[in-house]
Write a protein that binds this ligand. Sequence first.
Ligand SMILES: Cc1cc2nc3c(=O)[nH]c(=O)nc-3n(C[C@H](O)[C@H](O)[C@H](O)COP(=O)(O)OP(=O)(O)OC[C@H]3O[C@@H](n4cnc5c(N)ncnc54)[C@H](O)[C@@H]3O)c2cc1C
Ligand code: FES
Length: 277
Amino acid sequence: MARILDRRRLVPNLHLIEVHAPEVARKCRPGQFVILMADERGERIPLSIADWDAKRGSVTSVFLAVGTTTHKLAQLQAGDEIPVYVGPLGRPSEIENFGTVLLAGGCFGIGAIYPLARALKKAGNRVLTVIDVKANYLLYWEEKLRAVSDRVFVAARDFALNSEQYVPAKITEILAAEPKVDRAIAIGCTYLMYTCAMATKPRGIKTIVSLNPIMVDGTGMCGACRCTAAGRTRFACVDGPDFDGHELDWDELFKRRKSYFEDEIRSLCQWERTIFP
Ligand SMILES: Cc1cc2nc3c(=O)[nH]c(=O)nc-3n(C[C@H](O)[C@H](O)[C@H](O)COP(=O)(O)OP(=O)(O)OC[C@H]3O[C@@H](n4cnc5c(N)ncnc54)[C@H](O)[C@@H]3O)c2cc1C
Ligand code: FES
């Protein structure tokens, strides 16, 4: 059992969850994730670690309410307990002084890039961070990211933010202005990561993406998270979640993510009927 210390809506449909998990908080490193269950009868879902506090013994994630488990999670409150909270899982991200690093985050990825920006800045990099949002009311953690970045750019489809760009267009603009970018990292939905990798490909900039395929055990045993990178079969939970975005079989990844689409919709409808009878 793990106790929820905080669960609040950051912006519409995106929630923060902070869990008391001292052993996870003591060991976690940027780029890792946890697997949790919202209740005893539910499924296990992975969430990236967006922050942690070893002294408080707490671990924070940001999640998008998309299906049954994330909607159940969004109904929990501080003081509630969740039955399973396992981590840290996955290989930590490579952190060293690369030079100039371009980070891109969208949706829950705005939270997930925060520990990377912080660690890369501490390692001496010049950190350029791009936040992708559809509209200004979906923007969160901008100040937190500004505190650990040299520059923060917002790519939005919103006149209120004086911007009409999707993140790859912003990346192309930044790359045209920057003499040298040594590495790029993108976290968010699969489509955002794919388009970021395609935007950096013409410049040959190594681009790391943090994959979010379906996972079950998170320990390399079930095969649910299988993907192909550089022509080799890999398991995102133990070989990743970070992979080189220029080496991935994106078609396979998109197809595998949709494997249970109809069941997921049915499950959400059934659950909604139980709480809104
Ligand atoms: C290593 C790893 C780290 C992850 N980190 C995070 C994280 O930090 N925060 C987070 O929110 N998620 C994260 N995910 C994804 C998260 O695990 C899934 O969103 C979650 O399992 C969904 O469970 P569910 O039961 O709520 O939805 P499901 O019943 O599994 O169904 C979700 C449905 O929503 C669709 N969907 C998925 N993403 C979107 C989207 N952006 N917009 C619209 N529809 C969508 C899917 O196609 C699917 O059909 C991560 C995944 C992995 C593998
Ligand atoms: S989640 Fe089972 S092998 Fe990766």
